[in-house]
Design a protein around this ligand. Sequence first.
Ligand code: NDP
Ligand code: 8X3
Length: 250
Amino acid sequence: MRKTALITGATSGIGYATAYEFAKHNIDLILCGRRLERLQTLKKDLSKLTNVHILNFDVRDKDATFKAISSLPEQFKTIDILINNAGNAHGLDPINEGSIDDWDAMMDINVKGLLYVSKAVIPQMTARKSGHIINIGSSAGKEVYPKGNVYCGSKHAVLAITEGMRIDLNPYGIKVGAVNPGLVETEFSKVRFKGDKIADTVYQGFTALQAEDVAEVIYFAVSRPPHVNIADVLMFCTAQASSTIVKKDV
Ligand code: NDP
Ligand code: 8X3
């Protein structure tokens, strides 16, 4: 039977690659993000492979989030798989120099946005007693690194919320898991460093994970048999041993 997945943050990076990976496997898609043009291009491209609906909203906006998800047409109303992926780091500063706007953005998007989308989707899953939620955490949710403070805090929260969801949704047979990558070469560093050219150096001297590598793991998780739940995955590129240890070519 065909399944429908809602992916937040589908306009770039891991979410974008996951949309392609799922489309290849005939999963119907609800693709979300703020950049409408990118969503429209994705719809045009992926409609050749599967059924696609786009939702253009900011996960920070609670009302817009609920309105968008409740506006889904009949064909897309049943969401089997939720990929809570939208998120970013904003800034890399010691806590004493951090910007409150950056802190707000990370907590509002990575934590509260994930909760808003989940709150809008979970009731239909509990009613049906089925569903699968994958939250995109990070190695930063398992290990704090210098200047990572609030981003790491937001991703630690994602992992705690994931565990809480798995416990509370267990009576309903809903699968909940987290995929936690280390360094992935996406637009992540462009956003973190706000366009500063330092972003170009982050993935230099080693082969970072690519968004497609993470998308394959996400697809692996959603394609397991009903009795198997991939609860938590930590993935690094081979050059990375921990948040701070990366073997670079000199
Ligand atoms: P990208 O910057 O490439 O993608 C981020 C996505 O999130 C975009 O599609 C963006 O869409 C969406 N997004 C950001 N803010 C909002 C918002 N307010 N409302 C709705 N959508 C939003 O980064 P990645 O693909 O790397 O990041 C995806 C996830 O993976 C994040 O949760 C990130 O923390 C996590 N991650 C990334 C790692 C990395 O090294 N790259 C490693 C570990 C985890 P738009 O701008 O169109 O709204
Ligand atoms: C993204 C990976 O190490 O930049 O979550 O925090 S890292």
